[in-house]
Ligand binder design. Structure first.
Ligand code: GLA
Length: 342
């Protein structure tokens, strides 16, 4: 192809936070906002990229993307390199990147970008996209090895498997995905910015991952999915709190699936509140700006409100009953389709 375009969606995670890299459960959905990448063939093995929203540019040799870049450039270098490494090299491309999912907001602009880049570059090269779980892993490797954030697969799986009208119950141990109809019966989910942006590479995210590894080592298990219910009693602080969060959060995901199945939206609101309390007190990934936003949303009548995504800033997700009104700066969100060529 001489010119293609691909769209990668952002995501909302209804519940199941900091569980993905612990082989646990999550309940995300893709949203209508995301990142669009257009790609045109370019001779001479060059990649030229332009991030339209940031008014920034980049150029490098397709065969040897440089290491050490930051921000959006690291994603472009990493995707080009990883596609080459799996035998689907980029011959040369001129890329234009534009999006409407706010950066550093907890809505995973990063997976929106990486999935759109991967689909656009594969289509430009007339290469098959192949298995989407493998593509999610590739995008995740880029984030781990090129961007420096030890993130899990939640965002990439949500972006690549999202479906309108459904949330996805992800089991990150076997990567099974169950579509869960998201029938909110007139209730609304909305996301409000805390005003405190973040990057996972620079926040306490990697430290939390290291703590989970330390807890596994102390318990003699491979992943916290295998942690027994009494594991917190056998660990020193703060590892006891970290493990308690993971254990209780996994249970909340299945409780949320049941609540949705039963149409019990008040129960879903309570689970969202409980998730926030656990992320604040046990996992300790909240910050003042987030707490103020949670309080503001609760005061506006939210049945539940919680920090979403990697933490240390970003957005707050809230659930509103039909008679309550999300505040003006909150964006109403609903499940939309997966990453695709457009
Ligand atoms: C970020 C990461 C995900 C996941 C969440 C926390 O969004 O990219 O892999 O760990 O944080 O649930």
């Amino acid at each position: 192809m001489s010119s293609v375009a691909a769209f990668g969606p952002g995501r909302v995670n209804l519940i199941g936070e900091h569980t993905d890299y612990n082989d646990g459960l999550c309940l995300p959905f893709a949203i209508a906002r995301g990142v669009t990448v257009t790609a045109e063939a370019l001779d001479a093995g060059r990649v030229e990229a332009r991030a339209a929203d940031l008014d920034e540019e980049d150029a490098f040799a397709a065969a040897s993307p440089p290491r050490g870049a930051e921000g959006w450039r690291a994603f472009v270098h990493g995707i080009v390199s990883e596609l080459g490494a799996r035998g689907q090299p980029v011959a040369g491309a001129r890329l234009r990147i534009a999006g409407d999912v706010p950066l550093g907001s907890g809505l995973s602009s990063s997976a929106a970008l990486s999935t759109a880049l991967a689909l656009a570059l594969l289509a430009l090269a007339d290469e098959p996209e192949g298995d989407r779980r493998a593509l999610a892993r590739l995008c995740s490797r880029v984030e781990n090895d090129w961007v420096g954030a030890q993130t899990g697969l939640l965002d990439q799986l949500a972006a690549l498997f999202g479906r309108a009208g459904h949330a996805l119950r992800l089991d990150c141990r076997d990567l099974s995905i169950a579509e869960v109809p998201l029938d909110l019966k007139g209730w609304t989910l909305a996301v409000a910015p805390s005003g405190h942006e973040h990057t996972h590479a620079a926040s306490g995210y990697n430290e939390r991952r290291a703590e989970c590894r330390a807890a596994c080592a102390a318990l003699g298990i491979a992943s916290l999915r295998d942690a027994p219910q009494d594991a917190p009693d056998r660990l020193p602080p703060p590892l006891d709190r970290r493990v308690r969060h993971v254990l209780t959060e996994n249970a909340r995901v299945d409780a949320a699936v049941s609540a949705l199945h039963d149409g019990d939206l008040p129960a879903l609101g309570e689970l969202i509140d409980a998730s926030h309390a656990s992320l604040r007190d046990d996992y300790e990934v909240s910050v003042d700006a987030v707490e103020r936003t949670v309080a503001r949303l609760k005061a506006a009548g939210a049945a539940g409100a919680r920090i979403m995504g990697g933490g240390f800033g970003g957005s707050v997700l809230a659930l509103f009953a039909p008679d309550a009104q999300p505040p003006e700066d909150a964006m109403v969100v609903e499940p939309a389709a997966a990453a695709r060529l457009i």
